[in-house]
Ligand binder design. Structure first.
Ligand SMILES: [Fe+2]
Length: 376
């Protein structure tokens, strides 16, 4: 059994105020750059970091589902600055973009050349992750997911040197997060935990984190969605749950839900967490015959007390459907994806590297059936 999570993790409300100290005394960086997006700029959250980093160069043009051409363009400018640290500040997109830029800070060429595992020649620059949503998990994983714009495909760029050197997880940073983002990122984190637990490479260590994450996230997500500002414990539980769900899937894998959501995200720019929320119950229904005993363990973390495992698992799937509805997640139909595209989505999902990790064997036709079930 192997468990790997080398990032130094600072967790706690108010931790962001130690940013300067961490950079100066632990990372000993003198020329950092900061990668973020327009949502963060408009949210005012930069006020928490910029006074600590006067004069820092900011790249704030990262989009949702970050694109290879954006990364390559920023890399050209970034290399001229010769940074010694990359800071990713925001949701999963700026953090994944920051990891990719840290790699390009020490390796030539475009990001497309580094798709896959350990394709870098030189160790990436040190990377500091500061999540501002409760879902990515990217602050504790070794992977950066970047959309190749030419192939319309989400590439995974990963390797043991791509873990953040430091992650600062401060639940106060999600205090002003809009409810729709709490819903989509929180359900992404829940999906990470559920898939990590049910995936074939799961271990006792990943199971321990995944089960606790399901308990924390399912217990806190409604309170966080309804009033994040005044629900301090829910904020902490969401951030902690999201982080340990990252420990879990980063050391086991995701399953068919992410295979579909990554395909749809690359083709149609659908928010990642929304796509996961839509397909999670349908993939769980498909997987029921193979893993209903394990699924029942997760069900019991959400307060379902049925003794029969199959009944508990079915009730768990219904809880997820009801939760998505409560949190305003759209239906698959609402995404306006034409049905004649389903074949292509099924093919792309089938070809995803995580398909073999799904607990029940999947063929392309099974993905097609899941898409059709979700569309009904
Ligand atoms: Fe995800």
């Amino acid at each position: 059994m192997l468990f790997h999570m080398p990032a130094r993790l600072y967790f706690g409300s108010g931790e962001i105020s130690n940013l300067k100290l961490i950079i100066n005394e632990y990372l000993r960086a003198e020329n950092p750059i900061l990668v973020t997006d327009q949502g963060i700029v408009q949210s005012g959250l930069l006020k928490k970091v910029l006074p600590q980093l006067p004069g820092i160069k900011i790249f704030d043009e990262i989009e949702a589902n970050p694109k290879s051409d954006t990364i390559n363009k920023i890399a050209g400018k970034m290399r001229r600055l010769n940074p010694d640290l990359v800071i990713g500040f925001g949701g999963g997109s700026p953090i994944d973009a920051g990891k990719a830029l840290a790699l390009l800070g020490t390796n030539d060429g475009d990001i497309e050349a580094y798709e896959g595992k350990e394709k870098y020649k030189n160790n990436p620059l040190p990377f500091l992750a500061i999540p501002t949503t409760c879902g990515t998990g990217s602050e504790v994983t070794w992977v950066s997911v970047i959309t190749d714009v030419n192939r319309k495909f989400k590439m995974s760029i990963k390797g043991p040197k791509m873990y953040p050197a430091v992650s600062i997880v401060d639940p106060d940073l999600i205090k002003t997060l809009p409810p729709s983002i709490i819903a989509s990122t929180g359900l992404d984190a829940l999906t990470h935990a559920v898939e990590a637990y049910l995936s074939k490479p799961a271990t006792l260590i990943t199971d321990t984190h995944a089960v606790k994450a399901v308990e924390l996230i399912s217990g806190a997500i409604k309170g966080a969605y309804d009033d994040i500002e005044n629900h301090h414990t829910d904020r902490e539980d969401m951030m902690f749950g999201s982080t340990i769900a990252g420990f879990a899937f980063g050391n086991s894998d995701v399953t068919a839900v992410h295979c579909i959501s990554e395909s749809i995200g690359a083709l149609y720019d659908i928010p990642h967490g929304v796509a996961n929320s839509i397909f999670l119950p349908h993939v769980l229904s498909y997987n029921l015959p193979e893993c209903f005993e394990k699924m029942a363990t997760l069900a019991r973390q959400t307060g379902i007390d049925k003794v029969d495992d199959m009944k508990a698992s079915k009730a768990f799937i219904q809880v997820i459907i009801d939760l998505s509805k409560h949190l305003g997640i759209p239906l698959f139909k609402d995404l306006k994806i034409e049905k004649d595209q389903f074949e292509m989505i099924a093919r792309m999902s089938f070809e995803n590297n995580s398909t073999p990790s799904n607990p029940r064997k999947l063929e392309q036709k099974d993905f097609l059936q899941i898409l059709e079930n979700a569309y009904k």
